[in-house]
Write a protein that binds this ligand. Structure first.
Ligand code: FNR
Length: 177
């Protein structure tokens, strides 16, 4: 069994990225256990917290340490990744250890724009390797969301479903290698 965690970079209740995460969970191979690592309640990181690391941050780090790979499912805000994602990443590098070192990660996202979240992903791709992260190169998954991309039952259109399935098969193999 491979344990794959995922974080959802949007705090919105009706988040497109949470919908995409649901499709990834549904399409993951049977040998994969998918677990959400919640980050919505994380306090904002401040370096003064290093002396007495908050429990919520320590718990978040422990949950990331417990997975074999991590998928970041994130929106794009102003052609970059949103603040909660940066906060989560910074927390993972502090508190006496860095869970990013050697961590296998995947980047995916959904947005209504034509190119999905490619700018958001490109910027994460630029610096995560400097922290010891091993990023999966391909396939990529940046979903340009239209009115029929996601349905009300947690499903997606055939193209998105097929891309999500291929992505999760590839990520599981990447984590196992
Ligand atoms: C956006 N959105 C957006 N989309 C995009 O593809 N490129 C962008 O640069 C931006 N910029 C941006 C800035 C801000 C402040 C907001 C609030 C939104 C639109 C965004 O993709 C859309 O709101 C998605 O629905 C966000 O994903 P969630 O929150 O639904 O998962």
């Amino acid at each position: 069994m491979v344990k794959i965690g995922y974080i959802v970079g949007s705090l919105a209740a009706d988040s497109l990225n949470r919908k995409l995460a649901g499709v990834l969970v549904a399409q993951a191979p049977e040998r994969v256990q998918m677990v959400e690592v919640p980050m919505a309640e994380l306090p904002l990181y401040d370096r003064h917290l290093d002396d007495d690391f908050p429990q919520a941050m320590a718990d978040f780090k422990a949950q990331v340490a417990d997975v074999d790979g991590l998928v970041v499912v994130t929106p794009e805000h102003n052609q970059s990744y949103p603040a909660p994602v940066k906060n989560a990443i910074d927390i993972l590098t502090r508190g006496g250890s860095s869970e990013l070192k050697g961590l296998k990660m995947g980047l995916v996202g959904a947005s209504p724009s034509r190119f999905g979240t490619i700018n958001s992903q490109a910027q994460l791709r630029q610096f995560l390797p400097t922290q010891g992260v091993h990023l999966m190169g391909s396939p990529t998954l940046a979903v340009s969301v239209g009115k029929d991309t996601f349905d009300d039952d947690g499903g997606a259109d055939p193209t998105t479903t097929s891309r999500a399935k291929k992505y999760m098969e590839a990520f599981a193999s990447f984590v196992e290698a």
